[in-house]
Design a protein around this ligand. Structure first.
Ligand SMILES: [Zn+2]
Length: 136
């Protein structure tokens, strides 16, 4: 069952979910793929060859993301497309998150994302720097 990871899957996920896409999102979705998670400045996308990229709305810049942000975006996306959780691999050196005690959720603040990205675990010493844009 590993062959679901295709460009066709990405396109059908887009078609099935983003029915009335706001104008400003039409081009990034065409060019980048499936929006997994929106933040204040842009969105994390799953490309049609299954990389996670960040798109900055104002500058329209596309940035690579580190493993932490890729997992966060995939985890957020998996709330809509559960199969995406298969793409998140827990490294052997991962430890239970000290902030959420491994639950991935912040009590009384279900809308907030924990420091671990919502997975309930994190990798010690791993960079959590946000995607780097050349013209912020
Ligand atoms: Zn946590």
């Amino acid at each position: 069952m590993s062959d679901w990871k295709t460009a066709e899957w990405v396109d059908s996920a887009i078609e099935g979910y983003f029915i009335n896409l706001k104008y400003e999102w039409v081009r990034p979705v065409e060019e980048l793929g499936l929006p997994l998670y929106f933040d204040w400045f842009g969105a994390f996308f799953l490309t049609r060859n299954f990389h996670v990229r960040y798109w900055h709305q104002d500058s329209e810049e596309v940035a690579e993301v580190n493993p932490f942000w890729a997992r966060l975006a995939l985890h957020q996306g998996s709330k809509t497309w559960p199969e995406l959780s298969q793409l998140i691999l827990r490294p052997e050196d991962a430890v239970a998150c000290e902030y959420c005690a491994g639950t991935g959720e912040i009590p009384k603040h279900p809308e907030a994302i924990c420091n671990c990205g919502g997975l309930g675990w994190s990798v010690p010493q791993e960079s959590k720097r946000p995607p780097k844009l050349s013209k912020p």
